[in-house]
Design a protein around this ligand. Sequence first.
Ligand code: SF4
Ligand code: SF4
Length: 369
Amino acid sequence: MTLDPPMALLAELTHRCPLQCPYCSNPIDLERANKEMTTEDWLRAIREAAALGCMQVHFSGGEPTVRPDLERLVAGATEAGLYTNLITSGVLLDATRLAALVEAGLEHVQLSFQDSTTEIGDRVGGYAGGHEKKIATAALVRAANLPLTANFVVHRQNFHHLSDMIDMALALGAQRVEIANVQYYGWALRNRAALMPTRAQLTQMTQDIAEARERLKGVITIDFVVPDYYARRPKSCMGGWGRRFLNISPSGNVLPCHAAESITTLSFDNVRQRSLADIWRNSEAFEAFRGTDWMAEPCRSCDRREIDWGGCRCQAFAITGDAKQTDPACDLSPYHDSLVSAAVGEAAAEPAAFVYRRYRNAKPVQREF
Ligand code: SF4
Ligand code: SF4
């Protein structure tokens, strides 16, 4: 298989975050501040990513603005010729900090919201006053003439606000709104019984999206990510393992996707010890599920194997304990029926209480399906 350079680097600068979303895509085993890479480590990694052929860097976390060196990292990426995007909860940004980031070359902001209302937004984020702060930050971003994308994560506790979320994004001046259903691994898998929508709720969401797209054609771009438990075939996770994207964790581990460390049978090389180009091309973790040679049946002989690449490795590992299994979201997987019936059962019951994403809740749990 010919290997193209990665398109983008997701730089997870830290796992620290003032919010505590129960669906956070960070691993359960959150990295501590004293394990984070230094400014020089990050600058070198960014330059290596550009030399490898990356076009974009997405500064993420946790909350990337907790790092006081964010401006220096943005400036380093700009100098290296990379397009820079900041993925933020927005609760720590003010006009001075934003101006410094613009000065450093920041080109785009993705601002995450937990809902269109203060009540649900602050409850889901576990952060009082967060929703109003985000709205103020959106105004600062637009005043700084930066393009804005508004991100919303949807689930059974806020699906009924989907149209309001789109209208809110429009009112805030966003050019794009991304409405993504929760993807169930890590913290979200732990909170699945609190978040999983019913099939009827998903149908309602799909109708609301179709109506909004018709109503707002040419006005705002609306992306919608469906929950794959209700699909017949899985999504093409990351466009295939190790094919398009690189992720660097706060401590410098280089990952094919942001959740890859949940696959505890793999070990990951660190950019402080090995060059990014060598890791991308040759590391064991990237080679593990690249292409199709690793696949077992039913993927091995399936005509979609180079379309969805067998689905999500992290989900396969989380549900079956074997990352080489077909993603159970696929209805050809032997695990599919039990997975869907467990999820449907949870969606029909009263929602469980949130287990918030906090360091003290970061104990591994075994789930049964
Ligand atoms: S999902 Fe929530 S808790 Fe996780 S990094 Fe984003 S804002 Fe913070
Ligand atoms: S069997 Fe594998 S390749 Fe085929 S649709 Fe399912 S996940 Fe995709």
